[in-house]
Design a protein around this ligand. Structure first.
Ligand code: OGA
Ligand code: MN
Length: 217
């Protein structure tokens, strides 16, 4: 299966995403990426063995800690050295550019990781970026699970920034992409009944000081 090296979001998709982000702060897209790329990403995630999956933590750099009461998934940071992972980054960079053109968001870079949740694992309600404390501005979650049924559970719950009502209950189905403003939307991952793969990512603005790009995950 060959990957198109120029794979990118279409201008129709970018218009739709930009309109929804401007109006609602979030969007859930189905079949968001090319099937061939999704298949490669899924296969790539399945090739990692225990050594390549790291137990996920919370907080960045010095604040990093592990707490299995908050999240119990395992992660693998996406690396541009791998051709398949690079194709994903290239595709997501077209989203960065498209949103900067349409919404002047000043998105600077993108960090992302594969995540696997074994049956019963979860991520409690959280916000990806604390206001004014992080340079993560836009969150994305791409799902890689074929034939996901209602009974498999493992949904992403997205809560309203205003009143904490559930805005959306997203099934982690192959090709579904959730995009939301990182500082505004609490969300959680419900326990699944089977292995559940995703790629979570964050577009960041450049909070650099003295010309240094902030490198921490
Ligand atoms: C995260 C996250 C959601 C998911 O990693 O911060 O919220 O559905 N992931 O994998
Ligand atoms: Mn999150």
């Amino acid at each position: 299966m060959n990957l198109n090296p120029d794979s990118q979001f279409s201008s129709e998709q970018l218009d739709l995403i930009a309109d929804n982000l401007a109006q609602n702060g979030f969007i859930i897209l189905k079949q968001a990426l090319p099937e061939a790329l999704l298949m490669q990403l899924k296969q790539r995630a399945q090739t990692f063995d225990a050594v390549h999956w790291k137990q996920a933590g919370i907080g960045r750099a010095q604040q990093f800690q592990r707490d299995e009461n908050i999240r119990s998934d395992s992660i693998h940071w996406i690396d541009k050295e791998d051709p398949i992972e690079r194709s994903f980054l290239t595709h997501m960079d077209s989203l960065r550019q498209g949103l900067n053109q349409r919404l002047f968001m000043g998105l600077f870079d993108y960090e992302s990781h594969f995540a696997v949740y074994q049956s019963g694992q979860f991520y409690q309600k959280h916000i990806d970026a604390l206001k004014g404390r992080s340079n993560r501005v836009l969150s994305t979650v791409l799902y890689l699970n074929q034939n996901w049924n209602c009974e498999d559970a493992g949904e992403l719950l997205l809560y309203s920034p205003k009143d904490d009502q559930v805005l959306d209950k997203v099934s982690p189905s192959f090709g579904t992409l959730a995009i939301f403003l990182s500082e505004d939307f609490p969300h959680e991952v419900l326990p699944a009944k089977r292995e559940r793969y995703s790629i979570a990512g964050w577009f960041r603005i450049n909070n650099n000081q003295g010309g240094q790009v902030d490198p921490a995950h």
